[in-house]
Ligand binder design. Structure first.
Ligand code: PMP
Ligand code: GLN
Length: 378
């Protein structure tokens, strides 16, 4: 075939959200809140639009927002990023991920990713001529086998992509994981792409181990986050990347020709909103309550609950309910029972089926209750 992505179809998030809509099912598939973002935010965007901030933002983002991010990263993780040269505002994390990969991956470079993996990593690697090395997280617990990582590193290894808190499993990396990663890659030029879009959605008083906490790693890392998760506005598609100056210079070379710059009034609104601080610090508690509410509602169902330590996702296994492939079961659950989820095999390049589905609990209590009534009847 002439396709550059012969193995890629339509992303599972689009497939399942569409199916949910067609069958009027409760949509716990694609990750997004079913409640609105802060009212204050909408008025702020409105205010900045009315004030005439409607033309191109600077290529790397408005400086006020980059300064606030630099402050936040230093406050929380102790590393300084120069807002002028080391932070760029992007059209969501998706664009940041693609940009970072396109900026540094050449034909034949190997990139290690861990499966189940977020679905945008591998196509971005492939489109840039890279070779994806798929390593599996070890179950139970979905942990990284660092010995295997060590064995997989060779002179072609250019990048390792990590994601904590992790979509779809909800696991988080520990300080020990980060230290081992630093140790294993010490003395190499291996670049770390650290997908930290759920950095503030972490539960049970666990700290988030940003690679920004570890100087030796931060010096070789692109750190990517997303305002979509942090301010309950996935539809605004604004995120950012932080990286040392040399990596950020390469990142910006690509960024300027992919999008040039990002939505101006939204950036001003975010700068003012985040300037008030505090909001993201309560996000973990906010979603922990939803996680606990959801699992309490379904604790007597036939579904097996896989612990979630972060993100707004809950894995449920249905081993004792059905033998169907997870893609089939997810379809049937949507069409016949009216609850949409994501089959976790979609996060494996060989569609590994462990009879596990991902449910998004970024929903109103009422939505979770209605879904639970259905899941409890199965
Ligand atoms: N990485 C992960 C792990 C995600 O879950 C998401 C959002 N689903 C993204 C990246 C993309 O974020 P954005 O919507 O800001 O592009
Ligand atoms: N990140 C969201 C999820 O995992 C979806 C993002 C998207 O639809 N591309 O569900």
């Amino acid at each position: 075939s002439n396709s550059k992505l012969p193995d890629v179809g339509t992303t599972i998030f689009t497939v399942m959200s569409k199916l949910a809509a067609e069958h009027d099912a409760i949509n716990l598939s694609q990750g997004f809140p079913d409640f609105d973002c802060h009212e204050g935010l909408v008025s702020l965007v409105n205010k900045f639009m009315k004030a005439g901030n409607n033309q191109y933002a600077p290529m790397s983002g408005i400086i006020g927002l980059r300064e606030i991010l630099a402050e936040k990263i230093e406050d929380l993780y102790g590393t300084q990023y120069d807002p002028d040269t080391e932070i760029t505002i992007t059209a969501g994390a998706t664009q940041a991920i693609y940009t970072a990969i396109a900026a540094v991956i050449r034909e034949g470079d190997e990139v290690i990713i861990f499966e189940p993996a977020y679905d945008s990593y591998q196509p971005a690697i492939t489109l840039n001529g890279g070779i994806t090395v798929h390593l599996k997280l070890r179950t139970p617990g979905y942990t990284i086998d660092w010995q295997e990582v060590k064995r997989s590193i060779n002179p072609l290894t250019k990048m390792i992509i990590i994601n904590t808190p992790h979509n779809p499993t909800g696991t988080v990396l520990s300080a020990a994981d980060t230290l081992i990663l630093a140790e294993i890659t010490k003395g190499t030029d291996i670049i770390i792409l650290s997908d930290e879009v759920y950095e503030h959605i972490i539960f049970d008083d666990q700290p988030h181990h940003s690679v920004a906490r570890f100087r030796p790693l931060a010096e070789r890392s692109f750190i990517i986050s997303s305002f979509g998760k942090t301010i309950h506005a996935t539809g605004w598609k604004v995120g950012y990347c932080a990286a040392p100056k040399n990596l950020m210079a390469e990142f910006r070379k690509v960024h300027q020709f992919l999008v040039f710059s990002v939505n101006t009034p939204v950036q001003f609104a975010l700068a003012e909103f985040l300037g008030q601080k505090g909001h993201y610090l309560s996000l973990g508690k906010f979603y922990q309550q939803k996680r606990d509410y959801f699992i309490d509602l379904i604790k007597n169902s036939k579904f097996g609950i896989v612990p979630s330590a972060g993100t707004y996702f809950q894995l449920l296994n249905y081993q004792t309910i059905s033998n169907e492939k997870d893609t089939d079961y997810a379809q049937r659950l949507t069409k016949e029972f009216g609850v949409a989820s994501i089959p976790v095999s979609a996060f494996y390049h060989q569609q590994e089926d462990n009879k596990v589905l991902r449910f998004c609990f970024a929903k109103k209590e009422d939505t979770l209750e209605k879904a639970a009534v259905i899941l409890n009847k199965i």
